[in-house]
Write a protein that binds this ligand. Structure first.
Ligand SMILES: Nc1ncnc2c1ncn2[C@@H]1O[C@H](COP(=O)(O)OP(=O)(O)OP(=O)(O)O)[C@@H](O)[C@H]1O
Length: 264
């Protein structure tokens, strides 16, 4: 027994500890990204399938090993297809953190705080005013503030506009009888790029049951991109803001203004 233990320890290197540590971080990252989504069930299914394969292989049940082995050999391609959204989210998450750190590093390198950050108060005013008035009149609206214009996401499904943002333009778009009122408006650098855009719907199981497609679409787009989404509920007039797959509900126009000033 002592020999056995010593053999294990003698082959153990510092690199193995780092290896295990890194794998643990990756597993934690993946878990926090898929937590509460349908992907967890798929992952449990895949794990179970692989477990059974290992057991039948160990027991030398040839036919079953052959069948399970066949599935597993094409499994990696199937996994990429099934987890397409999660893989995209994972890579965006990593990229986002790196770009944030790079910015911070640059600011500290230049020895300045972010004092030169522009205050977007003036440009935000028409948006906040429109949100306030649409909230009062219970006009359903969905506004996406994207960092850059991803044509694959927005333009393919919506109407290309590319006009400076204004209160009246936003109200006209979301007016109930307007042909463009369905879907989302996508705003980049305070220009309305598209209206009526169809967004990816979140499949999170943690969301409140009263959330319909508008709220799910707002959360969905922030799960797969760096965008911020503002929702005005048609039912309640409530203003909400989604970011990184999380939602901040029941905001006043002033609170919305404050958050958007910080975020944009
Ligand atoms: N994939 C999508 N992308 C963008 N907008 C969408 C999408 N799916 C639905 N919508 C918008 O959501 C509207 C339906 O909202 P629904 O009532 O289902 O949502 P809700 O979250 O309950 O919001 P509300 O509180 O306003 O009722 C549609 O008329 C459409 O404008």
């Amino acid at each position: 027994m002592d020999n056995f233990d010593l053999n294990i320890l003698s082959g153990f290197r510092l690199l193995d500890i780092i290896d295990i540590f890194l794998v643990a971080i990756i597993i934690y990252y993946i878990y926090s990204l898929i937590k509460g989504t349908i992907a967890v069930n798929i992952l449990i299914g895949v794990g179970l399938f692989y477990g059974i394969y290992l057991v039948v292989k160990q027991m030398e049940m040839r036919l079953l090993t052959e069948i399970f082995g066949g599935f597993i050999s094409v499994g990696s391609i199937a996994l990429i297809v099934v987890f397409q959204q999660e893989i995209r989210r994972f890579l965006i998450h990593i990229g986002k953190n790196i770009s944030l750190r790079r910015k911070k590093f640059l600011w500290s390198f230049l020895g300045t705080k972010k004092t030169s950050q522009v205050d977007h108060g003036e440009q935000l005013k028409p948006i906040i005013d429109a949100c306030r008035s649409m909230s009062k009149s219970r006009t359903g609206a969905l506004l996406v503030f994207a960092r850059y214009f991803d044509e694959e996401y927005y333009q393919s499904s919506g109407e290309y506009i590319d006009a400076p943002v204004s209160k009246r333009l936003l109200e006209s778009i979301f007016f109930k009888n307007s042909p463009l009122h369905d879907g989302a408006v996508v705003i980049v650098d305070f220009r309305i790029m598209t209206a009526s855009s169809v967004l990816p719907i979140s499949d999170s199981e943690d969301l409140p049951p009263q959330f319909g497609l508008r709220h799910r679409a707002a959360i969905g787009v922030t799960e797969v991109s760096e965008a911020i989404a503002v929702i005005i509920s048609e039912e309640t007039g409530e203003i909400s803001l989604a970011k990184d797959g999380n939602i901040n509900m029941n905001l006043s126009a002033e609170e919305l203004d404050k958050i958007l000033r910080e975020e944009l």
